[in-house]
Design a protein around this ligand. Structure first.
Ligand code: FES
Length: 166
């Protein structure tokens, strides 16, 4: 069974304390984020079971939420996850071509991770940045008005950062 460090457990208690007594389930989303960050970037079943035990809820209640939101990864992902929006406004501004270009550049399909373990491509629904279409989320950042050139630059930047941090 995975387990948070003492320090992370203190963070867990702080998150739970934001909600009224008996409503600890409300802490589920932030705890899943914490768990995803802590346990390798994705939510394995034992990790979800661990989160359920922390909140004293049934594992199924965690699975329901984790499988609903695209921001949770249910299988291992690369160091960088490209979450390209494919909802209407992004679609009519060329998100399909951007997705195809990323597939071609990284030699992967949607849902796959590049052979070097560096990049994962996901498609997601509207990220609330329709005015900047086509766009994607990369970690905590939005990458907007995407073009092939911008995608190339993003891939290069990720590779450079990965090399520096190794
Ligand atoms: S449709 Fe892509 S951000 Fe809204």
């Amino acid at each position: 069974m995975p387990a948070f460090s003492e320090e992370k457990l203190r963070e867990v208690q702080k998150i739970i304390a934001r909600y009224p007594e008996g409503k600890q389930k409300s802490a589920l989303l932030p705890l899943l984020h914490l768990a995803q960050d802590e346990f390798g970037g994705w939510l394995d079943t034992p990790v979800m079971d661990y989160v359920a035990s922390l909140l004293q809820i049934e594992p199924i209640e965690v699975y329901e939420v984790a499988t609903f939101y695209s921001m949770y990864n249910l299988k291992p992902v690369g160091k960088y996850v490209f979450e390209v929006c494919q909802t209407g406004p992004c679609m009519i501004n060329g998100s399909d071509q951007i997705i195809d270009y990323i597939k071609h550049r990284l030699d992967i399909s949607v849902g796959e991770t590049s052979a070097d373990g560096m990049f994962t491509l996901k498609t997601v629904e509207c990220l609330g940045a329709c005015g900047y279409a086509p766009m994607m989320q990369l970690g905590k950042f939005y990458k907007e008005h995407l073009t092939r050139e911008k995608v190339d630059a993003i891939i290069d930047e990720c590779r450079k950062n990965a090399a520096v941090n190794n």
